[in-house]
Structure formats: structure tokens, C-alpha cells
Design a protein around this ligand. Structure first.
Ligand code: FES
Length: 367
């Protein structure tokens, strides 16, 4: 092809029409949008399109910066860092969503303002196009590119490429970033993924605490608090945390802490799991409240059958068989919390952490 777009003596335009005609397509109208290059109107259209590519670049960079550098770690509502923490997800949505939207608008404007105007009529036919049709298809594409001024609009094309590349880079950072952080970096055992807030630190007793509306109020659970056949959601509490609002609130908010305490009716036959025969105190049994399917709170209790139901995808756990799943997508029993009675305080306490890892995910591999 020569510099005038000629191939074997035919101009690119002639090839386009010939190629279309061989495919039963007839161009009714085919014209450049800007036959005279460099007019003020063309420059204005170019500037307006560039604004959106520029916006996509800036928002994409901002999205990556926020994902990498924003203080995303959980902060309780009462702390100074809560406002910054609570803006993390909205800002990610605004920047990444805005970058993609700006890119889409920029591409839409480019197509509307700079590609040739075309109206064509095509007869439908079966089978692949003939060889000549396929050969001329590439001529059509290069012709459209040439007419749209690709050669003269390198800056705009560069901006479009950058605007598309940066959100993609952001998506890659988001996908890979979560794998880069090391969950084992904090060597204190109570903070690794294997432990929850029930983990016994330095031998201090961990009491079962009931939630009340006031996070400062510590309501420890006594056996007489539960009637036979009743259940209660409980959280861990240590005496050393009394009066420490942050610690008290963290114990309530930590996602793997919630447990459900049951009191079976007298005479109920319960089959413990091997090795967990002494995890209960009398008729009292406690299990993790986090579903082993996808982590919803398992909070529907069918009292007549002693079955716990997860409202998300209807997994059912048979409490009389150590919370084994009996229906639904969950395949692992709810981990059991070993409990006991503390005669000094008259309350129920945990004798250690749960019998296994909490919730769903890669934990399945080891169980
Ligand atoms: S999260 Fe419980 S059944 Fe899916």
C-alpha cells in the first residue's frame, strides 16, 4: 500500500466499496466528519473528548492511591480514625467507577465525533465471506482509522490508551493486592487467622458476655439466664478489659467472635464429636455463629428439632449431632466453643478457643 492508500492501483476508498459490494453491502452514505482538518470546531470536539480521557486517568490514579495508601483497617465509631476508615469503600467506588465511566464517555465521544459517518445496506447470506471479502475487510478498517485522523491524533490516542490502561492497572492491583498482604505478619498468636477473641491469653479467664444496647455495660452470662430450650448470642470478655471502651467494642465487633449458647431440654440425647466430649457444661453447648458456607450469621433456631438454620442459603445444622450440617451447601460443622462454669463468679466461661477455624474459605482444605 502506498502513501496515498493505493493497493494495486485501487484507492483505499475504492477497495472499501468493492469489498462491501462483494458482500452485498452498499454504502448509501460514507463521509469524513472533518473533511477540512484543523478547524476550530474539530479542535473543540477534540478538547472535549480529551477532558474525559484526562478525567479517567486522574480518577484511575486516585483509585490506585486510595487502595494502596488509605487507612482501611477497622476503627470503632468512637475513635478518631473512624471517619477516614468509613470513607475508604465510598472513595474506591467513586474513583474507580468514575474512571470507568469517564473512559466510556471518552470512547463514545470519539466514535461519534471522529469516525466516518456511514450508512450501509446489507443483504444477509449464509456461510463465510469469500477470500476477496476478507481481504478487503482489513482495508475498510485501516481506511476508517485513516479517515478518523488517527495519524494526526496521537495525543488523544495516547490519552485513550492511558485512560484504559490505568483502570486496568487498578483492577490488577486490587486483584493481586489482597494476596500480597501477609496474614501471618503479626506474630502474636491471638492475632493470627487461627485464633479468635476467645483465645486464652496469659491464663486470664474469658467470660461469656451477653450483648446489650450499651457497649460499656458488661452483662456476664449465668446458667439461670437461659431457660431449657433457649439460646443466646455471646461474646468474649476479660476482666482486664473492663472500662476499656475500645477493647469492649472490639470484642463485640470482631467478626469471628460471635457464638451461640444453647440450653437443651433435660434428657435431650446429644452426640458429641470425638475429642469434644467435655466441651459442654451440663445442658449448655456453644458453637460459632458464623456459617461455614459463606460466613452469614446462623441465627434462626428451630426449637422443636434443635436445628440451627442459616438464612442466607438455608444450610441447617443439627445441634444434637455437634452442629453437623444436615441440609444446604455448608459441608463443615460449626466449630464448638469449650465452656465451663466458674463457681467463683457464678458465670459461664470459655475453656479455650473454638474447636476449628471459623467460617468459610480456604479453611476447608485443612478440615
Ligand atoms: S452462608 Fe450460610 S448457607 Fe450460605
Amino acid at each position: 500500500m502506498d502513501s496515498n492508500g493505493r493497493t494495486d492501483g485501487a484507492t483505499r476508498g475504492e477497495l472499501v466499496r468493492a469489498g462491501l459490494a462483494s458482500d452485498d453491502v452498499h454504502l448509501v452514505h460514507y463521509a469524513d466528519q472533518w473533511p477540512v482538518p484543523g478547524t476550530r470546531a474539530e479542535k473543540r470536539a477534540s478538547r472535549n473528548t480529551m477532558v474525559f480521557f484526562g478525567l479517567a486517568i486522574l480518577l484511575g490514579i486516585a483509585g490506585i492511591a486510595i487502595y494502596v495508601g488509605w487507612p482501611w483497617g477497622y476503627q470503632p465509631p468512637t475513635t478518631d480514625g473512624y471517619t477516614l476508615y468509613s470513607w475508604y469503600t465510598p472513595l474506591l467506588g467513586i474513583t474507580v467507577g468514575g474512571a470507568l465511566l469517564s473512559l466510556a464517555i471518552g470512547l463514545f465521544r470519539y466514535e461519534k465525533k471522529f469516525l466516518p459517518e456511514e450508512k450501509a445496506v446489507q443483504q444477509r447470506h449464509d456461510g463465510p465471506s469469500p477470500e476477496s471479502g476478507r481481504a478487503t475487510a482489513s482495508a475498510m478498517l485501516t481506511d476508517a482509522a485513516a479517515r478518523s485522523g488517527v495519524g494526526r491524533r496521537r495525543v488523544m490516542l495516547g490519552a485513550a490508551g492511558l485512560a484504559a490502561g490505568i483502570p486496568m492497572l487498578g483492577a490488577t492491583v486490587a486483584a493481586v493486592g489482597g494476596l500480597v498482604r501477609n496474614p501471618w505478619r503479626d506474630s502474636r498468636p491471638e492475632n493470627t487467622l487461627w485464633h479468635t477473641g476467645w483465645y486464652a491469653q496469659s491464663g486470664e479467664a474469658v467470660h461469656l458476655r451477653r450483648y446489650t444496647e450499651d457497649p460499656d455495660e458488661v452483662a456476664l452470662v449465668r446458667p439461670e439466664d437461659l431457660d431449657a430450650g433457649a439460646y443466646l448470642t455471646v461474646f468474649p470478655f476479660r476482666e482486664s478489659e473492663r472500662g476499656d471502651r475500645d477493647k469492649l467494642e472490639e470484642a463485640l465487633k470482631r467478626s469471628d467472635n460471635p457464638a451461640v449458647l444453647f440450653r437443651f431440654r433435660p434428657g435431650t440425647q446429644v452426640a458429641p464429636r470425638p475429642g469434644q466430649e467435655n466441651y459442654h457444661y451440663g445442658d449448655f453447648y456453644a458453637y460459632s455463629k458464623i456459617c461455614t458456607h459463606l460466613g452469614c450469621p446462623v441465627s434462626l433456631f428451630e426449637q422443636q428439632t434443635d436445628v440451627l438454620l442459616c438464612p442466607c442459603h438455608q444450610s441447617q445444622f443439627d445441634l444434637k449431632r455437634s452442629a453437623e450440617p444436615m441440609f444446604g451447601p455448608a459441608v463443615r460443622p460449626l466449630p464448638q466453643l469449650p465452656i465451663d462454669y466458674d463457681p467463683n463468679t457464678g458465670t459461664l466461661v470459655a475453656r479455650g478457643d473454638f474447636s476449628g477455624p471459623i467460617g468459610p474459605g480456604f479453611w476447608e482444605l485443612g478440615s
